[in-house]
Design a protein around this ligand. Sequence first.
Ligand code: SF4
Ligand code: SF4
Length: 308
Amino acid sequence: MKQLVFLSGKGGTGKTVVAAAFAHLAAEGAPRLRAVLADADVDAANLDLVLGPRPLEAHDFVSGAVATIDAQLCRGCGVCYAVCRFAAVLPPADGRTAYAVDPIACEGCAACVYQCPEAAIQMTPQLAGRWFRSDSRYGPLFHASLRPAQENSGKLVTLVKQQARLLALDDGCDVVLVDGPPGIGCPAISAISGADLALIVAEPTAAGIHDMARVLEMTAHFRVTALVCINKADIYPEAAAQIEAYCRAEGVALVGRIPFDTAVTEALVHGQPVTAYRPAAPAALALAEVWRRVADRLVEDAAKGERS
Ligand code: SF4
Ligand code: SF4
């Protein structure tokens, strides 16, 4: 079983368009592979919008803890206010004596807990989000949503991926397709951890090479083989040519050029991958070719793994 992760240097490059097309092509295109799908872009999950999921399970994601003050026990000494380095303790207001904690500002260091002479403060675990196991049109889908102002999205990414991987192993699937978060931060690192192959979706803009290069540095650091495809390759041919030259110079395989195509937007409006919505559209044909190349690579790597 192989893990393929979709990455991009920033949001809006069309990464999820490619991931959704691959989910469709794995199920109904050529070659067909048994796939489990994971939307690891937990800060802005949207793969579900084009896969029509039917939730089977929903789970709370509890992560981190913030301080809470028991107003009945607080004597208003202000020690917690003085000790907090994050300005998260709020002085009494409206004639009350008890201090309070701003849960958004609290970093969970627990310094106030240890300093309170009245033992009035405790750390309370936070409901940071939810994760789901769903059935989608193209196979099992694991996805999640993080609540506003919550951190630890890297942990939620890891959880979503672990669940997808476990099901893929149990069911003898060929591949887990992971739609990763954009950028090179903690959630993206969590997304590439354990991946066998990364497909970077680059866009031909002035910043496109720079964004792609940063992701390539990250995949190289974690020793994950990266492939590149250029989305909307024809809107700025000079930049696309620069991306191609960069890939050649760095020995990175370029597996496709997807043209700008209004059918992609139409498909999104209709809640479908473009390869399912209009299979003969230029972007759909290009995506089918990218899928064939990437899937062949996954199958080859799996065969090599079995022989060694
Ligand atoms: S240290 Fe304890 S008793 Fe003092 S203000 Fe803070 S919560 Fe209240
Ligand atoms: S846990 Fe740390 S950050 Fe939160 S209120 Fe207490 S001292 Fe401040």
